[in-house]
Design a protein around this ligand. Structure first.
Ligand code: HEC
Length: 142
């Protein structure tokens, strides 16, 4: 079968369209995780062990988990694949590593994988499973 020039154009458009959709689907969860981490999307957060709500400007992860944009020294608890997934003794507990579920427990309830409670400086977040999963995929892929 011979395809006309117009048919070839339609086939090419279809191919480009499906590749585009596939890469957008792979990319979007990372975009959500990035947006939550940097405070471009709203996070519902409170001061640990209180009902005191925190605005996103104070609760966005990047504030405490990355170096300040100016490079000024700041207490940084790095969140990335190495710090989370590598088995490590944390806070005096036994050796442990994070997975998606224990990461969400830390973010929501402030418990690390060996059930040691996180410092109160770390806010507690009320997050949907989707948002927690998006954050986990973002930080554990860095
Ligand atoms: C106001 C500062 C602050 C903000 C904002 C913050 N954290 Fe934390 N976070 C901390 C501190 C401090 C610790 C270390 C607590 C400890 O060692 O007991 C911590 C610890 C953690 C840990 C445990 C890491 C480990 O090695 O066990 C995870 C996971 C975590 N934070 C995730 C997040 C995420 C995700 C966000 C944003 C949704 C966030 N944090 C926002 C201060 C913050």
């Amino acid at each position: 079968m011979r395809l006309s020039r117009r048919s070839w154009a339609a086939v090419a458009a279809l191919a480009i369209g499906s590749v585009g959709a596939a890469s957008a689907a792979a990319f979007l969860p990372g975009v959500r995780g990035y947006a939550l981490y940097h405070g471009y999307a709203t996070l519902q957060a409170s001061v640990a062990a209180t009902e005191v709500p925190l605005p996103t400007s104070a609760s966005r992860c990047v504030n405490c988990h990355d170096a300040a944009p100016s490079g000024a020294p700041r207490r940084v608890v790095r969140l990335d694949r190495a710090s989370l997934v590598q088995p490590t003794a944390r806070r005096g507990g036994p050796v442990s590593a994070y997975d998606a579920a224990s990461f969400c427990a830390a973010v929501r309830e402030g418990l690390d994988p060996s059930f040691v409670i996180l410092d109160r400086t770390m806010p507690r977040f009320a997050l949907s499973d989707d948002d927690c999963g998006a954050l986990w995929r973002y930080v554990s892929a860095r």
